[in-house]
Design a binder for this molecule. Structure first.
Ligand code: SF4
Length: 258
C-alpha cells in the first residue's frame, strides 16, 4: 500500500511550512519510493525498507515541471516565500543536483527574484566538492546534525554508511565558513529496546560545543510534528528546547525554535 507521506509528484505545493513559510517543494527523488543515506526514526516518509524501488527522476523533466508551475503561479499573482528541496529522501544524492540548483536559481531570478531557495539535506554528501559548491549558491542550505556523538546519530538517524562520523561531518561543515543553517531534531524515546535521547545534559553540552566550532549563521531546532515510523518517540516541547539552547542564545547565536 502506498504510504500517504510519500510525495507522489516531483513538484509539491505550494504548502505552508511552519519552518519556511509558503513553500513550493521540489522532490528530486522517486515519486514512488524513498532514497536516503539515512533512515531516521522520525522520518515523515517512513522506513527506507518500506519504500524500496522507484527511479530518480530525470533532472530536465523536473526543471520543466518547476518552470511550468512558477509560470502559472506568477501569472495568477500567487505569493511564494521559498522553493524548497526536500521530498522522498536526500536531494543531494541525485547525480544532477548541482545542475538542478543552477537551473532553479535561473528560474527563481526569472519568475520570483525575491524568493529564497532552500535545501534540506542530511549533510552526508557535503564532502563532495560539487555538492558543497551547489549548496553554497542557495539562500538556505539547511544541514542536519542530530547529535554530537556517533552512537547517538547512528541510533537516531541510522546512516547507511556504518563509518558515518560526526567529526567528519563537522569538519566539512566548518568549510562552509558559517554559510549554513544547522538543523537538529530533539527527540526522546526508545528503539529496539535502546533508549533514545539527544536532550541529556551531556548530549546538549557536546552539541553546543559543535555549534561553537561550526558557527552557522542560523540554528534550527525542532521536534516531532507528525506520526513517526518508530512509534515509541516523544516530542520535546518548544519551552524545553528553548531551555536546551539557552547557553547558545546567551552567546548571541541566531536560533529558530520551531
Ligand atoms: S534524512 Fe530526511 S529523508 Fe532521510 S531518513 Fe532522515 S528525515 Fe527521512
Amino acid at each position: 500500500m502506498a504510504n500517504p507521506d510519500i510525495f507522489s509528484t516531483n513538484i509539491v505545493g505550494p504548502i505552508h511550512s511552519r519552518r519556511l513559510g509558503i513553500s513550493l517543494g521540489v522532490n528530486l527523488l522517486p515519486r514512488d519510493g524513498k532514497v536516503c543515506s539515512f533512515d531516521c526514526l522520525y522520518c515523515e516518509c517512513g522506513w527506507n525498507a518500506d519504500h524500496r524501488g522507484g527511479h530518480l527522476p530525470d533532472a530536465d523533466e523536473v526543471m520543466h515541471e518547476l518552470e511550468t508551475k512558477l509560470q502559472t503561479m506568477h501569472a495568477a499573482g500567487e505569493a511564494l516565500d521559498v522553493i524548497t528541496f526536500a521530498g522522498n529522501g536526500e536531494p543531494t544524492l541525485h547525480p544532477d543536483f548541482p545542475r538542478v540548483i543552477e537551473r532553479t536559481l535561473q528560474l527563481r531570478d526569472q519568475y520570483y527574484p525575491e524568493v529564497k531557495v532552500s535545501v534540506l539535506s542530511n549533510a552526508t554528501q557535503i564532502g563532495k566538492e560539487a555538492v558543497r559548491a551547489a549548496l553554497l549558491r542557495v539562500d538556505n542550505n539547511i544541514l542536519k546534525i542530530d547529535g554530537a556523538f556517533d552512537e547517538t546519530v547512528h541510533l537516531i538517524d541510522q546512516p547507511a554508511d556504518s563509518h558515518y562520523s560526526v567529526r567528519q561531518v563537522i569538519e566539512w561543515m566548518k568549510t562552509f565558513q558559517g554559510q549554513l543553517i544547522v538543523q537538529t531534531m530533539f527527540v526522546r524515546g526508545e528503539h529496539n529496546g535502546q533508549r533514545v535521547d539527544n536532550t541529556t545534559p551531556q548530549e546538549v553540552a557536546a552539541w553546543c560545543d559543535l555549534m561553537r566550532e561550526v558557527r552557522p549563521h542560523q540554528i534550527m531546532v525542532y521536534s516531532l510534528d507528525r506520526p513517526t515510523p518508530e512509534p515509541l518517540l516523544t516530542k520535546v516541547s518548544k519551552e524545553e528546547m528553548t531551555q536546551l539552547v539557552a547557553p547558545l542564545l546567551a552567546e548571541g547565536f541566531n536560533i529558530q525554535i520551531v
